[in-house]
Ligand binder design. Structure first.
Ligand code: GLN
Length: 315
């Protein structure tokens, strides 16, 4: 299809979805509550790295929970898969993203909910309780390097969001101390939390999310830079947990109606992957009751339906 046709079609989808002003922006910290609620961007990165970008593609927003598959990937890359599996399950929880819950082995049910994500972050720190002062900075540098490799450009932190997340994170603090009481945290729990808050506060655009999605779609090679940043095995693992757990307690509805491995964040971003083909990044900050972008979900639903992107498409 000529480029202008693709653009025209994507613009048409955005026009249809833009009238939906339902949902509400995250308001647990002032920085998220004050974003432009009408912001809306859509990017599609093809297997050759070509990207179609429409709407507010210049707007940076915080990655929030879209960071979870990336930190999980980094833990899987650095540590043995069995070591990660012993600590974090891969079962959908059917619960909210910030639920204080573990399985019968006292493991967080999966790495896409906060409990599993904070534990994955903890695994990037040295396994000692009393950490050297620079340990979180060093782990964060490595994390940023990795995320940036997936996005194909250098990502930076939103310091205000980070400060607010750290100041208001009682629920996440409760989660890490609960896990610590089970003996699951090998490092300083506060450091693990600090690293998690920093990763959530990284700034991205819809183009970045599309590039990350396309990298996972390509089995770990960033199609824009040609660099391998993930192994095929890790990419396959990500696609699996994103399919079953990426949209929290909205995962079943998402898989049924959209049928793409995906991850959402309360910053309003959604990353969706068509394995072997392309990556989608959407941004729109009004969220539904699960914490997923309302327009983002609707946009992906329409794309999937119109273009036959559902991974179980049998027509
Ligand atoms: N920073 C948020 C939290 O930890 C991220 C949650 C999300 O995006 N769903 O609560």
């Amino acid at each position: 299809m000529p480029i202008s046709h693709v653009h025209g079609y994507l613009r048409h989808i955005m026009e249809e979805c833009a009238s939906d002003r339902s949902g509400a922006v995250a308001d647990y910290i002032p920085e998220l509550a004050s974003v432009d609620a009408d912001g809306y961007a859509l990017s599609m990165c093809m297997h050759d790295g070509n990207t179609y970008s429409l709407g507010d593609v210049g707007v940076e927003f915080t990655i929030q929970s879209v960071s979870k598959p990336l930190t999980y990937a980094l833990a899987l890359t650095r540590l043995d898969v069995a070591v990660v599996d012993a600590k974090i399950g891969v079962e959908p929880s059917g619960e909210a993203f910030n639920e204080i819950s573990v399985d019968e082995r006292r493991r967080p049910r999966n790495p896409m909910i906060n409990a599993g994500a904070i534990l994955a972050s903890s695994m990037l720190l040295p396994p000692v309780r009393s950490l050297p002062a620079a340990a979180v900075d060093e782990a964060f540098d490595e994390l940023v390097e990795f995320y940036s490799g997936c996005a194909g450009r250098y990502l930076t932190i939103d310091e205000q969001v980070y400060a607010s997340e750290a100041a208001t994170g009682s629920r996440n603090r409760a989660i890490v101390y609960m896990l610590d009481s089970f003996g699951a945290v090998d490092t300083d729990p506060e450091a693990a939390l600090d690293l998690y808050f920093r990763q959530c506060s990284l700034r991205v655009t819809s183009d970045d999310l599309a590039a990350v999605a396309a990298t996972i779609a390509a089995g770990g090679v960033n199609p824009r830079t040609g660099r391998r940043v993930l192994s095929n095995e890790v990419a396959q693992r990500l696609l699996s947990v994103m399919t079953t757990c990426g949209m929290y307690d909205g995962a079943g509805d998402w898989v049924t109606s959209v049928g793409l491995p995906a991850k959402s964040g309360v910053g309003g971003g959604i990353l969706a992957v068509l394995p072997g083909q392309l990556g989608i990044g959407v941004y729109s900050p009004r969220l539904d009751q699960h914490g997923n972008s309302v327009r983002g979900v609707d946009t992906c639903r329409r794309l999937s339906r119109d273009l036959g992107l559902h991974m179980f498409n049998v027509t």
